[in-house]
Design a protein around this ligand. Structure first.
Ligand code: GTP
Ligand code: MG
Length: 433
């Protein structure tokens, strides 16, 4: 766990365990956040703004019914931090060309492989084009990173643009990721090369790959590339190993250039679409935060979900959301128990799901939108693909599907009776989850 997370969790603990949220506790807690953010290289001015906004909101806004002032404070902190990090990125699963650029050693090549794999897992065919003529064995590096993705390049050609053009002539795949060479800074040579690669490939996305360890200076670098080349987003790597990743993310968001993905390790699966809410809630401690968020804002969302579920629209996406929102199936169990009609989720099903939670998440990350929405489409062939993409055994994919079906059957049975459903909805709306 990195320092940022450690500090934020300490903050959550301090607030939660305080008897009341008096002025002294509030100030000490704000200091805790300030220290933590500054040590993650978040700009001092931004930290100051955040503290002021927190103080202000706590002073002027009414604490909603049903939660304590302490809980409200934690929720506000979560919201303010999330806002600092910008918008959520939901990468569209459709054919595209992606050009990666950046200076030396930021993780371009590793990221090229990760992105190609990301889309492959979502069911799109993908390939990588290596235009790096500077780093010896750049092609070899890519081939080692990816077993099941074709890599095109030419060790004997020195002109990056030529390599690109030749590779683009090869049979097309749905997603093409273009890796480029780095330089020690955004100098003329690099600029010239990327401009030419961009012209020759006409990419749908141009991503700057930055390493989280540069902290708040990310802003300057991002702006320079943005002006010189035109970016559609940033990929922030080494979020697992850098103490300054928080500062780097915040800086990019402030510069108005969206962070699209984050790299969280050296392995090919260590890439996540950037989601500030998920990111902050992990940092602050999902378990601690979850209870509070559920009590307030998410209550409404879950109610909507519940209505859909009762209408018979329970799919893997909803199941996935449940898994995402709760670190265990507690709330789903609560829903089921609340039905109070002798239909209980078997305890071992709940336990089993808790145990398998992380695996399930990985498996579902390898499914397409269509599959998540209509799990009945998932037959043997797709199971094979999902198992391969996620690196999990077929049996595990099947077990997940079976668990989903069992739960759905129960909901369907229940949803059949309108009267019962109406009664339940009334009850449901009154009772916080
Ligand atoms: N911990 C961690 N290491 C990473 C991550 N992404 C890349 N790396 C490591 O960073 C180092 C450099 O990665 P490369 O992908 O070769 O970087 P590059 O930008 O292609 O480098 P050049 O082509 O020389 O400019 C390698 O050791 C990678 O394993 C990440 O998200 N987390
Ligand atoms: Mg490289």
């Amino acid at each position: 766990m990195n320092k940022l997370s450690e500090g934020l969790r300490k903050f959550v603990n301090r607030v939660s365990s305080a008897r009341t949220l008096d002025k002294d506790t509030l100030e000490k807690s704000i200091k805790e956040i300030q220290r933590t953010l500054i040590s993650a290289d978040v700009d001092v001015k931004i930290v100051q703004e955040l503290s002021n906004s927190l103080r202000d909101e706590l002073k002027h806004e009414k604490v909603p019914k049903g939660i304590s002032k302490k809980e409200y404070f934690i929720k506000k902190t979560y919201e303010n931090l999330t806002e600092l990090l910008g918008e959520k990125n939901e990468p569209k699963v459709k054919p595209k060309k992606i050009l990666l650029c950046g200076i030396y050693g930021t993780g371009k090549t590793t990221t090229a492989a990760k992105i190609a794999k990301f889309y492959l897992k979502k069911g799109l065919s993908s390939r990588i084009i290596c235009t790096d003529t500077y780093r010896p064995a750049a092609l070899e590096q890519l081939r080692q990173l990816t077993e099941d993705i074709p890599v095109c390049g030419d060790e004997n050609e020195e002109n990056a643009e030529k390599i690109l053009k030749n590779c683009l002539k090869e049979p097309e795949k749905e997603v093409t990721v273009i890796d480029s060479a780095g330089r020690d800074s955004l100098n003329e040579k690099l600029l010239d090369e990327i401009k030419r690669l961009k012209k020759a490939s006409e990419p749908d996305e141009t991503y700057l790959v930055l390493s989280g360890d540069i902290g708040k200076t990310a802003k300057k670098q991002a702006q320079e590339f943005q002006e010189a080349i035109g970016l559609t987003g940033i990929i922030m790597t080494k979020m697992d190993s850098s103490a300054k990743g928080g500062g780097a993310l915040t800086a990019c968001s402030k510069a108005g250039i969206p962070v699209k993905f984050i790299g969280t390790g050296e392995k090919i699966d260590d890439l996540q679409a950037f989601d500030p809410e998920r990111f902050v809630s992990r940092l602050m401690g999902f378990g601690d935060l979850q209870g509070i968020l559920e009590k307030v804002s998410e209550q409404e969302i879950e109610k909507e979900d519940m209505e859909d579920i009762l209408k018979g629209e329970f799919n893997l996406k909803k199941f996935y959301k449940q898994l995402e929102q709760t670190s265990n199936l507690g709330s789903l169990k609560k829903i089921v128990d609340m039905m109070g009609l002798g239909m209980k989720l078997p305890d071992d099903a709940v336990e089993e799901t808790e145990e398998n939670l992380e695996d399930y998440r990985v498996i579902m990350d390898s499914m397409t939108e269509e599959e998540l929405e209509s799990p009945k489409l998932i037959k043997e062939e797709r199971i094979n693909r999902i198992s391969k993409g996620s690196g999990k055994p077929k049996e595990k994919v099947k077990r997940l599907l079976k668990q989903y079906r069992t739960t759905k059957k129960m909901f369907d049975k229940f949803g059949g009776s309108k009267k019962k459903m109406g009664k339940l909805m009334k009850k449901f709306k009154k009772t916080p989850l």
